[in-house]
Design a protein around this ligand. Structure first.
Ligand SMILES: NC(=O)C1=CN([C@@H]2O[C@H](COP(=O)(O)OP(=O)(O)OC[C@H]3O[C@@H](n4cnc5c(N)ncnc54)[C@H](OP(=O)(O)O)[C@@H]3O)[C@@H](O)[C@H]2O)C=CC1
Ligand SMILES: O=C1O[C@H](COP(=O)(O)O)[C@@H](O)[C@H](O)[C@H]1O
Length: 491
């Protein structure tokens, strides 16, 4: 395990602390960091929401969450009790000026004014502006205060600008941490190491050598309890506008001058701005949307999206998206970047497939397969490079592809920390390198917006696919026009 450095003492205030995200991700992440010795014991985690809970009632909920979402081998009684001793609760309606702000103010005496203070907004984004104003008006913002904004930042470009303006009225950009948990995944960070610490790859990283790139985030889960949110979002907003475009940036960007936040983010922004704009009339040719019907994943029969929504609701919301993108730059020319994300697909897998070009000429009788680099983000994190080899023995020169495999688990053996663990500690340290800058978020919305508009006008159909399949056939056709195939369909 790489070395962890103890962070400064902090007060971590979560708005939306009784919600799913806090229970499932934030509290377990803070617990793990505490257990690993990264968090000083005089730090505090302060939950807030409109619910009227005592400190002990909230601690009970926090304890249940830890027992449910932290693996048994990481739960030891002493550590759990010491962690819960750092947990507090204040009942506040973040959106209302007249609310019980005293409950929160009372928790900060003069002796905490110099302590790092993080406000994490795990509520609906419409509340972010009001919460910022109320924090400011109640004198809760100190020199060492940061705010963390959960996704989604808006619903489209206009609403994203509104959220950013409202937050920006009270917090300088360097105090605003827009979280994209994909950037906290170890394997996503490792992309930077793979590309810029290994010249063997970087020398081949362009349109001369690379035929196309696929970026896939496939999930087996459906929308389950999040139907209200998801039905207003859909896969394009939920996964592509943020996570997949951020991964694309790291694959396609030029080497940054350093690992400083702005050097890295400037390079990502250049990629987002170099994405070939998609005109509304072209959307049917380059973007496919789908929605899952009833089907089977493994041995389990799972309901259709509409059944999960319940109440006989009808909806065109997409649970699957595939897009053909291009990064118009000297390095990439017209290399297609295929982006794909969907729910209720056969496997949970996030991966990048870099398909190299074929040899210009072959001296062999065997059919040659072009090299392929697969960067597996999750699960079974690792790298796989396919190469052509001579089949041993025989009296001729028979060739077959074989894989060079690096399994990160075998190489490093450590537990893979959840993305939130790293990101929450970065917010305490005030390190924005793995967070999205305002201009990145807005550039990403600018690019996806014509697709959203075309779909709103019903310019292309919502293809239905059975749960447990790899999505609609139209997604296959998107690649077939250039005689390509998605990874699972490759020979
Ligand atoms: N759940 C997840 O896995 C993910 C969630 N997100 C995003 O994070 C945000 C929260 O999601 P999630 O936890 O699932 O949502 P939930 O609906 O489970 O929780 C919402 C929380 O906000 C609180 N809340 C609502 N209104 C106010 C208010 N006016 N003042 C203070 N607190 C308020 C609620 O508590 P109370 O009713 O007591 O006030 C509750 O704690 C959403 O924007 C979501 O899109 C992003 C990525 C993943
Ligand atoms: O942000 C989100 O991500 C999850 C998928 O995250 P992963 O780390 O499990 O790949 C997705 O299920 C959710 O809908 C979306 O809001």
């Amino acid at each position: 395990m790489a070395k962890l450095h103890m962070v400064d003492t902090f007060d971590y205030v979560v708005f939306g602390a009784t919600g799913d995200l806090t229970m499932r991700k934030l509290l377990p992440a803070l617990y793990h960091r505490f257990r690993d010795g990264q968090i000083p014991e005089d730090s505090r985690v302060i939950g807030t929401s409109r619910s009227r809970l005592s400190h002990d009632e909230f601690r009970d909920r926090a304890e249940k969450a830890l027992r449910r979402f932290v693996k048994d081998d990481s739960l030891d009684e002493n550590t759990v009790q010491r962690f819960l001793g750092m947990v507090f609760f204040a009942s506040v309606n973040g959106a209302e000026a007249e609310s019980t702000w005293d409950n929160l103010r009372e928790l900060f005496g003069d002796d905490r004014a110099d302590v790092v203070r993080v406000f994490y907004f795990a509520t609906s984004p419409e509340l972010y502006g009001a919460i910022c104003k109320n924090l400011h008006d109640n004198g809760l913002v100190t020199e060492k205060t940061r705010v963390v904004l959960e996704k989604p930042i808006g619903h489209d470009l206009e609403s994203a600008r509104k959220v950013n303006d409202e937050v920006g009225a009270y917090f300088e950009e360097n105090k605003v941490f827009r979280i994209d948990h994909y950037l906290g995944k170890e394997t996503v960070q490792n992309l930077i190491a793979l590309r810029f610490a290994n010249p063997v790859f970087e020398r081949l990283w362009d349109s001369d050598a690379i035929e196309h790139v696929q970026i896939t985030a496939a999930e087996t889960v459906g929308v389950e309890g999040r139907g209200d949110y998801y039905d207003h979002s859909g896969a394009l907003r939920d996964m592509i506008q943020n996570h997949l475009l951020q991964v694309l940036c790291l694959v396609a960007m030029e080497p940054p001058g350093s690992l400083d936040a702005d050097d890295l983010r400037n390079e990502k922004l250049k990629v987002l701005r170099a994405l070939k704009p998609i005109r509304e009339e072209d959307v049917p040719n380059v973007a496919v949307r789908g929605q899952y019907g009833r089907g089977k994943i493994g041995k389990e029969i799972v309901p259709a999206y509409l059944e999960e929504l319940g109440d006989g609701k009808q909806s065109d919301t997409e649970t699957f998206v595939a897009i053909r993108a291009e990064v118009h730059s000297w390095r990439w020319g017209k290399v297609p970047f295929y982006l794909r994300s969907g729910k209720r697909l056969p496997n949970k897998v996030s991966e990048i497939v870099v398909q190299f070009r074929e040899t210009p000429w072959s001296i062999f009788k065997s059919k040659l397969e072009a090299n392929r680099l697969i960067i597996r983000l999750q699960p079974e994190e690792g790298i796989q490079l396919s190469v052509m080899n001579k089949v041993p023995g025989g009296d001729g020169m028979e060739l077959r592809p074989a894989n060079i495999n690096v399994s990160f688990e075998q190489a490093f053996g450590a537990r893979y920390p959840d993305a939130y663990e790293r990101l929450l500690m970065d917010t305490v340290r005030g390190d924005p390198v793995l967070f999205m800058r305002r201009d990145e978020v807005e550039a990403a919305w600018t690019w996806v917006e014509p697709i959203l508009n075309a779909w709103k006008k019903n310019c292309s159909p919502v293809h239905h696919y059975p749960a447990g399949s790899w999505g609609p056939d139209a997604a296959r056709k998107l690649l077939a026009v250039t005689r390509n195939a998605w990874h699972e369909d490759m020979a």
